[in-house]
Design a protein around this ligand. Structure first.
Ligand code: C5P
Length: 402
């Protein structure tokens, strides 16, 4: 599976670097060509001699090494590879790439590459849990970097335990194979709507809702990570759109429908947007002013198109899987089951958004997946974990050729 694959292995400076020797051996056994880059700190943990011997290649360490630069050069190192693996990915290497720093060979190669990047972090649990590392991890995921580990358990430091152990070499090999295979959704097109819509009242005022776009954004990123080509149709959301997806920005429900129709056909369509049910039918062309009479203007409403229902009920060219969301404040399951039947979609992802849950605009979500097969309640999880599970479930269905 890895035969003739070119892997650029960036070894960071951490105690887990010794496990990388085993990783190299296993990759080479499977036919991969492993070209090593070591940071200055990595050389304190394993020697370039061992790494070079196991890789049967030159060990690249210095951005300013004239011979190596003439021979291969950091730009060629970055380009002539199928995958870059960073193991152990230290807090420092993660921070550098998240910030776009390039002050040594490893970081310069990471910034110059267009190849996919897989990181196997390893660090002290407190460093992994630090808000700065949390931010960098989230940023790198949004930029399309995939991660394997870290695992939870005993640390090298006596008496320390927690999350921060590097994934085992065989797990890294599997993550490499999966990333090189392109993921289970390779070749599939998935459409995701996200965010709120803004419905104008006049040129400066609009009606909106509290959707941040966090769940739809996380889902688009998770589908991308499984190899899908993702079209992301988003209203004016708070969170930035993920990298590596085709972004279509819209404001109103009517514009969202047009963007969705233009993006079809798709293998699956997931409607995570919080679309306004109504638009102002008598929106003013000029800014409304107080006329001194004390009378408030009367807004008239017209019903917006139900984008999910339209796509779910398409006679021709319907995506194989159509998924809707149901944000409810009461009787969540009953309302969501009724919605499943009424809209004609395959699944409804139902959640309770009553203010006490803190879900709308928050970092976590507790969802129940409803399908004609029944209800599957998931525990309360971070929105990106909900996204990963949902993406995996979508991949399982599309993979089975539903
Ligand atoms: O009917 P309700 O708005 O509760 O349904 C929610 C689901 O329908 C969500 O998946 C939402 O994205 C979708 N929807 C839509 N177009 C609308 C209203 C809702 O696509 N006009």
């Amino acid at each position: 599976m890895l035969a003739e694959k070119r892997i650029l292995l960036i070894i960071g400076g951490g105690i887990a670097a010794y496990k990388v020797l085993d990783l190299v051996r296993r990759l080479r056994e499977r036919g991969a060509r492993v070209r090593p880059v070591m940071t200055a700190a990595a050389k304190e943990f394993v020697t370039p001699l061992s790494v070079g011997a196991l890789c049967a290649d030159h060990v690249f360490t210095d951005l300013f090494d004239r011979h190596a630069e003439q021979d291969v050069g950091h730009i060629r190192l970055a380009r002539e590879t199928d995958l870059i693996v960073v193991a152990p990915a230290t807090a420092d290497l993660m921070a550098k790439l998240a910030q776009g720093l390039a002050n040594d060979l490893a970081s310069a190669v990471l910034l110059a590459t267009t190849a996919p990047v897989l990181m196997a972090p390893a660090m002290n649990p407190r460093m992994w849990a630090h808000p700065a590392t949390r931010r960098n991890h989230a940023q790198l995921q949004a930029d399309g970097v995939t991660f394997v580990g870290p695992n939870t358990g005993e640390m090298a430091e006596a008496g320390e335990a927690g999350t921060g152990r590097m994934a085992e070499p065989m797990d890294i090999v599997e993550a490499i194979a999966a990333r090189l295979a392109g993921g289970p959704l390779a070749g599939r097109h998935v459409l995701v709507t996200s965010g709120p819509t803004h419905e104008p009242i006049d040129p400066v005022r609009y009606i909106a809702n509290r959707s941040s776009g966090a769940q739809g954004t996380a889902l688009a990123a998770a589908l991308r990570d499984l190899g899908a080509r993702v079209t992301f149709v988003t209203g004016p959301a708070e969170v930035p759109a993920p990298a590596g997806v085709a972004v279509q920005r819209v404001e109103t429900a009517v514009e969202m429908l047009a963007a969705v129709e233009a993006a079809l056909p798709a293998d699956a369509a997931v409607f995570a947007a919080a679309v306004a049910d109504w638009r102002v039918a008598n929106a003013a062309a000029r800014k409304m002013k107080k006329d001194g009479s004390g009378r408030a203007p009367a807004l008239e409403f017209a019903e917006n198109p139900d984008i999910l229902a339209r796509v779910a009920q398409m006679r021709k060219g319907r995506p194989a899987l159509v998924v809707g969301f149901a944000a409810e404040t009461d009787d969540v399951i009953a309302h969501a089951s009724a919605k499943l039947a009424r809209k004609g979609c395959d699944w409804i992802v139902a959640n309770d958004v009553s203010p006490a849950t803190g879900i709308m605009g928050g970092a976590e979500n507790a969802v129940t997946i409803l399908s004609p097969d029944g209800a599957e309640a998931w525990p309360r999880l971070p929105k990106d974990e909900v996204a990963r599970r949902l993406a995996a479930k979508i991949a399982a269905v599309l993979g089975a050729g539903k």
